[in-house]
Design a protein around this ligand. Sequence first.
Ligand SMILES: Cc1ncc(COP(=O)(O)O)c(C=O)c1O
Length: 446
Amino acid sequence: MLTREMASVPNNLEPFWMPFTANRDFKANPRLIAKAEGMYYTTTDGQRILDATAGLWCVNVGHGRERVVEAIRAQAAELDFAPTFQFAHPKAFELASRLADLFPGDLDHAFFTNSGSESVDTALKIALAYQRAIGQGTRTRLIGRERGYHGVGFGGISVGGIVKNRMFFGSLLTGVDHLPHTLNLEHNAFSRGQPAWGAHLAEDLERIIALHDASTIAAVIVEPVAGSIGVYPPPQGYLERLREITEKHGILLIFDEVITAFGRLGKASASEYFGVQPDLVTTAKGLTSGTVPMGAVMARKHIHDAIVGGATSSPQTIELFHGYTYSAHPLACAAALATLEVYKEEGLFERAAELAPFWEEALHSLAGEPHVIDVRNIGLMGAVEMSSRPGKVGERAYEAMVKAWEKGVMIRITGDTIAMSPPLIVQKHEIETAVETVRSVVRELA
Ligand SMILES: Cc1ncc(COP(=O)(O)O)c(C=O)c1O
């Protein structure tokens, strides 16, 4: 019989092949989480851990929120599953309408997925289908950006620009090109918020267009703030310039807002925060505050209408041959609707905006600490980049993550960069705890 103890502390760690994890080291020294509430995790040993990363950039309303938990519970009892291919259930429409209100301009149609990766692949496919629908079927190229992270599907890793995520997996999608990334420590280290230097890097899109010809390019996809690579806020004027160039050449602009949507920058979306209107927006994570897997692609009206309304075949014909068994899963819809209510009722986006200056101040106090070569921040996203040990990229940050965990704080790492993005309910003293823990950790590192 399976006892409680056996369920919470497994005696065999081997069968679970862990994603994006150093499996061997983890299984030698596991970091096992048993429960979560508010800003804190509790380990299987009973240690409290401050969640400075909102789980994985997703738990924006904090853990174990009664309203969300109850909504999921009630939904499971009422309607556990309903297909959304040719049938549907009311909450799917309710959620789509809420999202249409939340995203700027005419981003008013939602296509539901189960993750950020699926949202990215969906958006790329919608972009291609749109170009074809308007008679621009030669536009098949997709442009991403170096160091971009767009999940792990073949579409996402093709337009993405993180070498390790690409190099093991063959030749990827063809017809993809990349803009240069925007981090240059010589010019923009220790910027607060958006760096002043770097808008000119958007001009590289003109070079790419001149090389391939606009008539071959369907879409450009970027994270408005590069997140997973270690928080690169866009240089001032950069996103605006990308929008101008794409618009001029009939190229769609996709913002990958899997991290930035739902309050991370103190607004419902980065599109709203920066005042730049993309054609498609990918989301996931904060949509359900991480409780049930769900993503959504928001599409502007003309894109939806060109594919759905513009179909010349009979109304009985499917317009877009794409979807997932679990698109708009009832549990995910219930979780998302409850999460959106919590955001609104508790004013969490505004709260994030109000806390952002304090967050910035706290993070930048780490400038001058050992190994620290850059500090970056925007909204409630922050990164502390450390120099790498010669020939051992990532080793120093890995040690930092382990030490921070031992001291009771969960941080994320990428290369030798520490990233933090707390739930939007974080209190000032918890920001201080997170930052002071990072300070003591970097001081201990060789
Ligand atoms: C910008 C961006 N796109 C896509 C993804 C992939 O999301 P998922 O892990 O839910 O597939 C992520 C995940 O961190 C992300 O940050």
